[in-house]
Design a protein around this ligand. Sequence first.
Ligand code: PLP
Length: 482
Amino acid sequence: MPTPPPGDLPPDIFRAAAHRVADTTADYLAGVERFPVMPKIAPGDIAKELSAAPPEAAESIDTILDDYKRLIEPNVTHWNHPGFMAYFGITGSGPGVLGEMLAAGLNVNAMLWRTGPAPTELEERVCDWLRQMLNLPPEFRGHINDTASISTMLALAAARERLPGLEIRQHGMAGRLDLPALTIYASEHAHSSVDKAAIALGIGLDYVRRVGADKNFRLDPFVLEQAVAWDRKEGRLPMAIVATAGTTSTTSVDPLKEIAAFCAKEKIWLHVDAAYAGSAAICPEMRTQFEGWEGADSIVVNPHKWLFTPVDCSVLLMRDPERLRAAFSLVPEYLRTNDGALNLMDYGVQLGRRFRSLKLWMVIRAFGVEGIRKRIREHCRLAQKFAEWVRSDGGFEVCAPVPFSTICFRATPLMPPAGQDHFNERLLAEVNAVGPVFLSHTRLNGRYVLRLAIGNLKTEERHVRGAWETVCESARKLLAGG
Ligand code: PLP
């Protein structure tokens, strides 16, 4: 008998293990509240437990899954926990997780239509569903990236390529006397991914103009206009404005209508970073906040933030996707095809791509658009509740408007500002050490502020109430000298 080839796991062993994985995942999701949101471990604790050398001999899947249960599952930060209210709360929802599982089995690399016909066409269709859900005009076409950081970088690369006569894609930027300094504008509250895009695209951090904001943390269009006029006068070339709909600290929305009109007048590319809050536009009553974004050249919305889709999934919607193709399409001989189909590899830097649209398709179908609206509204309702509790307590204040599901707040004990900042810093550490809830912080107008962000589908009023009680008890303990 010839020796069988080494091959993959035998099908019967794979099937049994897949059932165990399904049970493990279902048990985890059903019982996640038994864990503190953040594991009580120190850096290096896990590394100590991991074998330093790879195993020479094969190990059984059961042994590996036992180690997973013992070592990995309890020692992650539980983003799928209803008490996770730090940064932006997110959900790897049931339908989304199932989509990930199926995509893993297919292991498709949809670089070309012919290497992934259904993934390519599903991606286009699902992005168009999202466009319709957001009430954006039909000329917007979307594709999926891993993160908003990459989506923003790609959009800004398209903006750079649109500058007439410069052909940076071909000639680069180095040593060119015909190339003025290119500038990008974003509010002081815009995400750092704008700066990273400027680094990656050779614009340079010196040429990212951080424009001042008003008292509600929204970019001030007057300051923006002055900055652009000044740069033009100095011989620089304004390349793009990044407006944010849902800033990272306070979720403020820049005045999109005014900024869009200004961009149109000045012929400057407008990119809207709606990575977190964009999903709220699925609810018609929220759409006034987004008025003007239909005038953008590009918009990023992350379904992995507030659309219940497992990490990672970021949709970049382009008014004219050909701009992206013009910036990036490059077809080596071995990838040439003549089927006339759209090839996703033409719309960015990466060649290979995961089948991310499957999980988004499953989320939208399993909840329905109306179901998604209900869930977003519930998060906003809970946020308003929390804000009410904070406002009605003389020992705390809400520090920014609450347009969506994130609240910035802080304790206001009778002490000088530096003491208050220190108190709030200790308060956050105390709350997070207690464990059923995980909050994060920011600084507003130089002051230390706590953030509570609701975005997990398991988060109910009792969890938000519990978070508030933990905050109050922790503050009392600190004030009593604990
Ligand atoms: N834009 C905004 C407004 C954000 O809040 C974040 C992250 O929180 C990002 C962009 C970056 O997102 P990603 O992790 O998808 O790159």
